[in-house]
Structure formats: structure tokens, C-alpha cells
Write a protein that binds this ligand. Structure first.
Ligand SMILES: Nc1nc2c(c(=O)[nH]1)N[C@H]1C(S)=C(S)[C@@H](COP(=O)(O)OP(=O)(O)OC[C@H]3O[C@@H](n4cnc5c(=O)[nH]c(N)nc54)[C@H](O)[C@@H]3O)O[C@H]1N2
Ligand SMILES: Nc1nc2c(c(=O)[nH]1)N[C@H]1C(S)=C(S)[C@@H](COP(=O)(O)OP(=O)(O)OC[C@H]3O[C@@H](n4cnc5c(=O)[nH]c(N)nc54)[C@H](O)[C@@H]3O)O[C@H]1N2
Ligand code: SF4
Ligand SMILES: [Mo]
Length: 861
């Protein structure tokens, strides 16, 4: 029997969990004493991270035990907050949500959240609430970074890709600093390995000499914001020097002719000039790529937070496509998922399906068409519910359910899963749409983060009236915080679910305190690996902090009050669940066929029915069980190769049992290189290279001179660099940081001395949106004219004497929402025009040694 019971806590015992600070979710082992995480180390048994961890999680206790909230709060008219009971909070919020739905329509209810770096499973329940109310608009942090890339992926091959940096001959990092930000499993050893091996090489495109650039064979240190010219020059060199793989392109792609024609007319020398690089350096990099066995590329915020995110994403993907570096070791791959977090859920037919499958599918579909819908679910569920009452009948029902599932499961699993998952993920027919208010492009249902306030602060009849925010802090993390604050206060209702009193919580009507990520069942859903893909469930290390609740429970309480699913149905399904999971599967499947409208609240139904069989605190295992279903239905052969070799429903059960037993995580799918083609969602299984809109954009950029500064704002501020002690704003306590406690403003030596600045000096940083005080750090990483601040700083935090302090710069008081990429609205955080105003303190007399250093830096001051 699988259960959520935590083992009897033994203080010396190493218990398994995972890091929640970045998408790698490295496996950890921890010792717990009195609710404190006292010792932490990497878990050698973790199937992906294999013992690796960086310095950041070693003091995760600063997340677990620093100024949590532990009582629901309600905002008063004067802006203060009073504590209210959970029951009052649930009643009031449910009533107000129902009012918004009834007065304006459920589509005016907006959901923001998805769980940051490690809090993902709850989002399914949040989305069930949103869909249950009739929601159509939602968003999360992905819509300020990854939606541009997702759209390009969608058009090229319809799926998400990841590079194989452990084996690639050439690694290309475009605006990505994996040494600090990871994103590659065991990033630092992997990078060192590439740097050390004479047969392999690394190319880094970054205006800053980052830690990764320091290890690179070629560092293309371009001017900030000029990536499309640099990357198009790279791609153009491949084509103009005939380094592309003509035969592969003919076999595996369509549209290569148009792309090659567009790249033939790129003036490489002129593009190199525009990004401030020697032409020969770009050509050298292209030749390295063109002659390599394999190349893997990785784009991240350096371009996704740049002014030309979408076109640059397209151009950088053309590099590995032109060289045919797909579906082979060291290349780029489309991978399996437990549950996709980008793109559509994509089931792959088994290579050798049972011979009876077409017949069974035909029969099931004919039944669905001919039998009245309500008859499909009702009788089965009621029969099972009745049978559950008596032991003998219950055993018989289990056996019968098992036999029926054998015949039905693989015939019905795909359509049922799709009905549930497509609305939640915004997949299906309407993957790409437009906002009814702003007309902005929407992908996977995600409204561009930069335009959310525009959807609220308007008279448009479709404007958003109520918002629910979970596990995120958009007032702090999205562009132009001032405008976000105004938007939050312009709503009829706002609810924030968080562990801390964040900047966003301080604007909400209701704040609901969540159990932390170590106090509930959670999972690492960034399953991005190929050919071996891993997944880990984190078991609670302790009970929820008194006064807090796990999010799934919060959503269930609200949905209970909205009466979307009748109690009798929940009772009947619970009874079926008490017989066995296969009996439940049969009952649940028939309900979903008979009442397809209930698919949108499926996570709630699962939680309230099957969930209860796992005991208090274990209900969320019902979602893990469904995720096992999704993964094994979508990738049956890959699951078999990973050792889950039962047939049909049994395969999902096997995976579920393994996930529950192996707390360090499991490999849930094992692919073969040729499988990567089957993940392509275009019917012809080819890469569709030509994207007319982006080829037109390339033509346009050929005529543009990049210039981002002015006399008023002579610097380019990179607002959000990942450093050793930044982790978005997951850890608010400033004591967490061992180094760079205040988050210094990095500046080149030449600029510093021109401005008469020294390490530790305070300056006023001014942008078109606002100003902030920062401490200067003179850094060899920076080129002239480029300055950089870390992300994740500048949050409000209580001090020992009961006051509050803000350490570091809240970046989005300096950024501008209107400054964005034209396709998906990515914020231009990496290219914020700024000026520096020294705050004058009498300068100490400079010594001879220092004067020498200043002259050496070419400083006139
Ligand atoms: N330590 C740490 N790690 C993290 C996080 C964290 O907060 N802290 N956050 C996680 C998250 S949410 C994300 S999305 C990832 C982001 O990971 P990254 O994108 O790697 O992180 P950044 O440091 O923001 O930006 C990468 C690089 O872009 C460069 N850059 C700046 N301007 C330009 C430009 O105009 N062109 C190019 N080509 N490059 C430019 C910067 O110098 C920097 O080295 O990190 C994840 N990992
Ligand atoms: N200027 C600028 N802005 C940026 C960036 C930048 O580089 N520059 N980076 C951007 C990027 S890439 C990202 S991904 C976003 C990230 O910004 P957000 O998506 O807002 O997410 P996080 O900073 O990860 O915040 C996580 C929140 O979850 C809360 N939390 C932690 N544990 C739990 C839990 O168990 N339950 C609940 N309910 N809440 C919990 C934390 O207290 C915190 O408030 O920021 C973006 N903003
Ligand atoms: S911060 Fe990222 S790389 Fe570092 S231990 Fe945590 S998950 Fe791993
Ligand atoms: Mo991010």
C-alpha cells in the first residue's frame, strides 16, 4: 500500500527531497531537527543530478523557517490586514468568485501561477478552479521569457527541445550563463568537461565575460541587445561558406530553400559591425559549428529578456537545424514529459500495438456515439459504489473492473487524457490565440506578462475583474511594479496564496498562507531530459506549519463551495476508489466519457475521491498517480524501456509504485535517438524551417542600426543577472546570501573611473521608469557602457527590531512594461537605458598605487 506517511522522524537520518531553487531540482538529502533543515547534501542516488548540488541549497532552512505567514488575512479599507479564520476566508472568497462569474462571466477571472521552480503539482488544482469558473485567461512567469521560444518551437516542430550538453562536440550558449543559472544537469562539471576536452568546444554569446564565457573557446562578446545581427551572421556564414548539411535538410525539413535564400543575402561584415564583433571571429565560430559532429545550443534570458527575443530564438535554432544536429548523441532533442509544461500533450502510438486495438477503439467510439452520454458513466459508477459496501462483492467488482480495463484502457486512455489535459494546458485547437482586450498574441493560453496590467487598467468590456495568484510575486517580478500595484487595486477581487507576505500579497484582498514545499507532497515537473528522463516526488519532511494549508486543499475547499460537482457523484467515486485503483479507474473513465464537461475539474475530483484513500496529507498522490497515467499513455514504449513493462493500466501502476518506493526519483522514460522524430507534431515528421513572419523580420532587421542609449541614458542596464546567491524571490531572508549580500551594480573599470567611482560607492541609478540606490562593484566581466544588477533582490523583509528593510534593488521599479519584443511581449530587461548619478561623498586622497591603476584603465578622472 502506498501512503504519504512520513517515516518516524529520526534526527540523524538523511531524508530524501529535492532543491526548489532552480529548474534542475537536484536531488538532496537532509536532516531535520525541530522543523529545521539542519544538514543538507546532494543525493548520490538521484537519477539525474547524481549527487551534484551547487552552493545555493545548503541554507535552504532560510526558506523553510524565515517569516512565514500562518493565518489567512483580509485587507481592510485602510490597507491594513486582519486575521480571519480559514472557514470565513473560504466562504467569502467562494461567494465573491461566484459573484464575479455571475455578473461578468467566468472569463473575467484570471489565474496567475504555475509554481516557480519547484511547486508545480498544485497548479493543476488552481487551473481546475479557474476552468471550473469558466476561466479563459491565465498566465505565469513563462509568459515573460519562454513563450517566444515556445511559439518558434511550435512552428518548427511543435514541441519543446533540450540540448545534450554531456555529449555535444560544440556547445553554444546564447545569452545563457549555466555556470550560475544551471539549466543543464550537473552544470559545472559538464561545462568543465567541455572546456577540458580538446576535441570539444564551447561558444558563448554574451556581452559580459560571464563565468561560462571565461571557460569558452570563443566568446562572442557582442554589444548588449545586438543578438539578432550576431546570430544571423553566424547562420549566414554556415550557408555562405556551404557548411550546412544539404542532404539532411532535403531529407528532414521543408522550407529550407527560403531560409537559405534569406541567409545568403545577409551582409556578414555589416552585421558583425553592428554587434561590435570582428567578422573573422564570427566566421571562426561558424566553421567550428559547421565542421562538428554535433552541436547543442541553449538560449536563455540574455535574448529572451532582450528587445528581439522571438527572431533571435528562431535564428539560433536555425544553427543546429542547418547542421542537422537533431536526433543524435550530442544534438538537440525533443523529449518525453511526465506532464508537459510547454506545448501540447503529445501521445505516441506504441510501435507494436496489440492487434485488437483498432477493433476495440472502434467499438468504444461507436458506443460513445450511440449510447446516451449519461448512461455511459452513471450505471458503472453506481454499480461499483454499491459493490463497495460488501467485502465479497467488492472483490468481485475489482476482478471485473480489472478484466474490463484490460479490454478498454488502451482504447480509451488517450481521448480521456486529452480531454483533461488540453484545457488545463491550453493545448488543443486553440494553442495560439489572441487576447480579447489587447489583441496580443497568446500561446498555450498564457497572456503575455507585460500586458496583464493592460487587461485590467482599461474600460474594455472584457477587462479582467478578479485575479488569483499562487506561488508567484508578479508585483515584484514583472515589469514596472508601480503599474502592477495600480492594477491589483483596480480589481473587484484579488487572492494571493503564498508562504510569505510578499509585495504582491500586500496588494491583495485576501492572502492565504500555504504549507511550504517541504511540508506537502510535491514534485519536480521540469522533465526535460533525453534519452533518459527523470521524475521525483518530494515527500513531506514535516507537517504543515500550524495555520497553513497545502494548496490542493485550499482549492478543494473553494470548489466544494462552488458546487460544480454533485456530492453524490463524489461519494460514488470515493466508494469505487475504496475497492481498488483499477475499479476507480474504470469508474472515473466512464464518468469522463459520460460527462466530458467535468474534465476541467478532474484534478479536484481526483483529489476528493481517490485522494482520500491515501490518508490525511496524502491526497495529492492522486495527482501523481494521474501524472503516471499521462506519462505512460503518452510514451508507452519509452516507459517499457525504462522498466515499466506491464500492459495498459498496469504500466501506469508500475510507474506509480516505483515513484512512491524510490524517493530519490526514477527514470520514467528511455528513448532512442530515432524516437526524437516521433515527437515532432507535424504530420510529415519534418522540421518546417521557413517561418514567413520571422523571415520578414530578418529582412527588416537587415536595415536597422541597433541603438539603445541616448545622451539622457548613456548606459545599458542588464536588470537581472543570475549570481551565486540569487534564486528569484523564493528565499526572502537576506541572511541567506553568503556573498554579494546587497547585490552590487557591476560596472567596467573604465566607466567607473570616468564617473569617479570605486568599489562599494553608492550611486543613484535612473531609468525612464524610476530610480534606485545601488552599490558599485568594478568588474572585469563588464564591457564599457554595460552595467548589471542581480535578480531576486529588493524585497521587503522584517528586521530584528520589528521594522522593515529592503536589501538590494527591486529591479522592476526600474523597468518599463511597454519596452518589449513585438511578437510575444518579452520584457527588454537586459537592455534598459539608464544613467548613473554619483552620490557625492568627499573622495579620499588617491594613493600612487591607485592612480597607477586608474591610468592603466585609461581613466581620465
Ligand atoms: N543562481 C540562480 N540561478 C537561476 C535563477 C536565479 O534566480 N539564480 N533563476 C532561474 C531562472 S527563473 C531562469 S529563467 C534562468 C535564467 O538563466 P540565464 O538566462 O542564464 O541568467 P541571466 O544571468 O539572467 O542571463 C544570462 C546571461 O545573459 C547575458 N546578457 C545580458 N544582456 C545580453 C544580451 O544583450 N545578449 C546576450 N546574448 N546576452 C546577454 C548576461 O550577461 C548573462 O550572463 O536561471 C535559473 N537559474
Ligand atoms: N527585472 C527582472 N525581472 C524578472 C527577472 C529578471 O531577470 N529581471 N526574472 C524573471 C524570471 S525569468 C522569472 S522565472 C520570474 C520569477 O518570478 P515569479 O514567477 O514571481 O516567482 P518567484 O520569484 O519564483 O516567486 C515564487 C513565490 O512563491 C512563493 N512560494 C515559495 N514556496 C511556496 C509554496 O510552497 N507555496 C506557495 N503558494 N508559494 C510559495 C515565494 O514566497 C515567492 O513569493 O521573475 C522574472 N522577473
Ligand atoms: S539551485 Fe539548481 S543547480 Fe543548485 S542545487 Fe538547486 S536545483 Fe541544483
Ligand atoms: Mo525564469
Amino acid at each position: 500500500m502506498v501512503s504519504a506517511e512520513t517515516e518516524t522522524p529520526n534526527e540523524r537520518e538523511w531524508r530524501k527531497t529535492a532543491c526548489i531553487l532552480c529548474e534542475c531540482n537536484c536531488g538532496l538529502e537532509v536532516q531535520v531537527q525541530d522543523r529545521a533543515l539542519v544538514k543538507i547534501r546532494g543525493d548520490k542516488q538521484h537519477p539525474v543530478s547524481q549527487g551534484y548540488s551547487c552552493e545555493k541549497p545548503l541554507r535552504l532552512d532560510k526558506y523553510q523557517n524565515s517569516h512565514r505567514i500562518s493565518n489567512p488575512l483580509k485587507r481592510m479599507p485602510d490597507g491594513s490586514y486582519v486575521e480571519i479564520s480559514w472557514a470565513t476566508a473560504f466562504d467569502e472568497i467562494a461567494t465573491k468568485l461566484a459573484n464575479v462569474r455571475d455578473m461578468y462571466g467566468g472569463d473575467k477571472f484570471f489565474y496567475y501561477g504555475g509554481g516557480g521552480q519547484g511547486n508545480h503539482m498544485a497548479a493543476m488544482h488552481g487551473l481546475a478552479l479557474w476552468l471550473g469558473l469558466g476561466g479563459t485567461r491565465k498566465s505565469n512567469a513563462l509568459a515573460q521569457e519562454k513563450t517566444s521560444e515556445s511559439w518558434v518551437d511550435h512552428l518548427l516542430y511543435g514541441n519543446h527541445t533540450h540540448g545534450d550538453f554531456e555529449h555535444c562536440q560544440v556547445a553554444v550558449f546564447v545569452g545563457k550563463n549555466p555556470w550560475q543559472s544551471h539549466g543543464v544537469a550537473r552544470a559545472r562539471p559538464t561545462l568543465r568537461e567541455i572546456a577540458r576536452d580538446p576535441k570539444r568546444s564551447m561558444i558563448v554569446i554574451d556581452p559580459r565575460r560571464s563565468e561560462t564565457a571565461e571557460l569558452a573557446d570563443i566568446h562572442l562578446q557582442l554589444k548588449p541587445g545586438t543578438d539578432p545581427w550576431c546570430v544571423s551572421a553566424l547562420a549566414a556564414t554556415l550557408v555562405q561558406e556551404e557548411l550546412h548539411n544539404t542532404q539532411w535538410l532535403a531529407e528532414h525539413t521543408v522550407g529550407s530553400k527560403e531560409v537559405i535564400a534569406a541567409l545568403r543575402t545577409v551582409d556578414i561584415a555589416d552585421h558583425a559591425r553592428r554587434c561590435g564583433l570582428p567578422e573573422e571571429q564570427i566566421r571562426k565560430a561558424a566553421r567550428l559549428i559547421g565542421s562538428a559532429e554535433s552541436v547543442a545550443t541553449y538560449e536563455d534570458l540574455g535574448i529572451q529578456h532582450g528587445p528581439n527575443a522571438t527572431i533571435t530564438s528562431y535564428l539560433q535554432k536555425l544553427i543546429w537545424i542547418l547542421t542537422g544536429s537533431f536526433a543524435k548523441p550530442g544534438g538537440v532533442h525533443i523529449h518525453s514529459w511526465m506532464v508537459p509544461i510547454a506545448g501540447r500533450w503529445w501521445p505516441i502510438e506504441p510501435a507494436h500495438p496489440p492487434r485488437t486495438l483498432p477493433v476495440r477503439r472502434f467499438v468504444v467510439q461507436a458506443a460513445i456515439r450511440t449510447i446516451p452520454r449519461r448512461l455511459l458513466g452513471g450505471p458503472v459508477v453506481r454499480a461499483l459504489a454499491r459493490a463497495s459496501g460488501a467485502k465479497y462483492l467488492s472483490r468481485t467488482a475489482d476482478v471485473v473492473a480489472g478484466l474490463m480495463l484490460r479490454g478498454l484502457y488502451d482504447a480509451i486512455a488517450v481521448p480521456i487524457a486529452r480531454d483533461i489535459i488540453d484545457p488545463i494546458l491550453g493545448g488543443g485547437e486553440h494553442l495560439v490565440s489572441a487576447s480579447p482586450v489587447t489583441g496580443e498574441r497568446v500561446i498555450g493560453g498564457l497572456t503575455s506578462c507585460n500586458s496583464i496590467p493592460d487587461e485590467i487598467l482599461t474600460d474594455h468590456p472584457d477587462r479582467i475583474r478578479a485575479i488569483w495568484i499562487d506561488s508567484s510575486n508578479p508585483v515584484h517580478s514583472l515589469a514596472q511594479s508601480q503599474r502592477w500595484r495600480a492594477a491589483m487595486r483596480a480589481l473587484d477581487l484579488s487572492v494571493v496564496v503564498d508562504v510569505a507576505m510578499t509585495e504582491t500579497a500586500r496588494q491583495a484582498d485576501y492572502v492565504l498562507p500555504a504549507a511550504s514545499q517541504f511540508e506537502k507532497i510535491e514534485a519536480s515537473l521540469f522533465t526535460l531530459h533525453f534519452p533518459h528522463n527523470g521524475f521525483q516526488v518530494r515527500w513531506p519532511l514535516m507537517d504543515p506549519l500550524p495555520g497553513t494549508k497545502p494548496e490542493p486543499e485550499i482549492y478543494a475547499e473553494i470548489l466544494d463551495r462552488l458546487n460544480i460537482v454533485e456530492q453524490r457523484l463524489l461519494d460514488d467515486l470515493s466508494a469505487a476508489a475504496r475497492i481498488s485503483r483499477q475499479a476507480f479507474m474504470l469508474a472515473f473513465g466512464s464518468v469522463m466519457m459520460g460527462r466530458p464537461e467535468l474534465a476541467r475539474v478532474a484534478p479536484y475530483i481526483l483529489y476528493r475521491t481517490l485522494g482520500d484513500t491515501f490518508g490525511p496529507g496524502g491526497q495529492q498522490l492522486a495527482m501523481i498517480w494521474s501524472a503516471c497515467m499521462l506519462a505512460t499513455v503518452a510514451q508507452p514504449d519509452a516507459a517499457t524501456r525504462a522498466g515499466f513493462d506491464a500492459i495498459g493500466f498496469g504500466k501506469a501502476e508500475q510507474l506509480f509504485q516505483a515513484i512512491c518506493a524510490r524517493r530519490e526519483g526514477v527514470i520514467f522514460s528511455e528513448d532512442r535517438y530515432e524516437d526524437a522524430w516521433r515527437y515532432i507534431q507535424h504530420a510529415d515528421k519534418r522540421i518546417h524551417m521557413a517561418i514567413p513572419e520571422l523571415l520578414a523580420e530578418l529582412e527588416f532587421l537587415k536595415t536597422v542600426e541597433p541603438r539603445f542609449t541616448s545622451d539622457e541614458f548613456p548606459f545599458i542596464l542588464s536588470a537581472g543577472e543570475r549570481r551565486s546567491f540569487t534564486a528569484n524571490v523564493i528565499i526572502r531572508n537576506p541572511e541567506w546570501r553568503r556573498r554579494d549580500a546587497e547585490g552590487a551594480l557591476r560596472i567596467s573599470e573604465k566607466d567607473a573611473c570616468d564617473l569617479g567611482l570605486d568599489d562599494g560607492d553608492e550611486v543613484r541609478l535612473v531609468t525612464a521608469a524610476g530610480s534606485a540606490i545601488a552599490k558599485v562593484e568594478i568588474s572585469e566581466m563588464m564591457q564599457q557602457g554595460h552595467i548589471s544588477l542581480p535578480n531576486g533582490m529588493g524585497v521587503i523583509y522584517p528586521t530584528a527590531d520589528g521594522a522593515e528593510e529592503v536589501v538590494g534593488v527591486p529591479l522592476n521599479s526600474l523597468t518599463i512594461a511597454a519596452s518589449r519584443d513585438k511578437f510575444f511581449g518579452n520584457p527588454s530587461h537586459k537592455v534598459v537605458p539608464a544613467r548613473i548619478e554619483p552620490i557625492h561623498i568627499p573622495a579620499p586622497v588617491k594613493g600612487a598605487e591607485e592612480l597607477g591603476r586608474l591610468r592603466a584603465a585609461g581613466c581620465d578622472g
